[in-house]
Design a protein around this ligand. Structure first.
Ligand code: UDP
Ligand code: MG
Length: 136
């Protein structure tokens, strides 16, 4: 039975800054994801705070929000069978040092904060996050 899902992906400032946008998009395409929506934007810190509200009590919250709003990002809606878990697998572990060979974070991530990509962690959050960036 087919289970086509959509998930939200963000190419974070460290990767956009290093001109990795096309290489990372190619990794999604090579792994069967369709890029159904995308835009390059820079967000306000207040928007990053709202996006990452789930982390508001964490010690890294302020730096994380400052970072996500520090430069251009590419936000994308990715679609394929089981897209949410598939994207998490392709991204690799949060800390690039722990990420498996072949994952985006292993290949491109610099550190736990500059880990090149964001991906929704559940179907429910994917819907919320897609709606956050693509309201219509
Ligand atoms: N983060 C960080 N320090 C930490 C944990 C997380 O800077 O100790 C950042 C990291 O960039 C991560 C983001 O906060 O991607 C969100 O954390 P989460 O645990 O949701 O990781 P993810 O879902 O991105 O793998
Ligand atoms: Mg997360």
């Amino acid at each position: 039975m087919s289970n086509i899902e959509q998930t939200l992906s963000i190419i974070k400032p460290d990767a956009v800054e290093r001109n990795l946008e096309n290489e990372i998009k190619q990794m999604f395409k090579d792994n069967g994801f369709q890029l159904v929506k995308e835009k390059k934007i820079q967000i306000e810190k207040s928007e990053a705070e709202s996006f990452y509200k789930v982390h508001e009590t964490k010690p890294f919250y302020n730096d994380l929000c400052a970072y996500l709003s520090s430069g251009p990002i590419v936000v994308m809606v990715l679609e394929k069978e089981n897209a949410v878990i598939g994207n998490r697998e392709l991204m690799g572990a949060t800390n690039p040092n722990d990420a498996e060979v072949g994952t985006i974070r292993k290949k491109y991530g610099i550190s736990i904060d500059k880990n090149s990509v964001h991906g929704s962690d559940s179907i429910e959050n994917a819907k919320i996050e897609i709606n956050f960036f693509f309201k219509d």
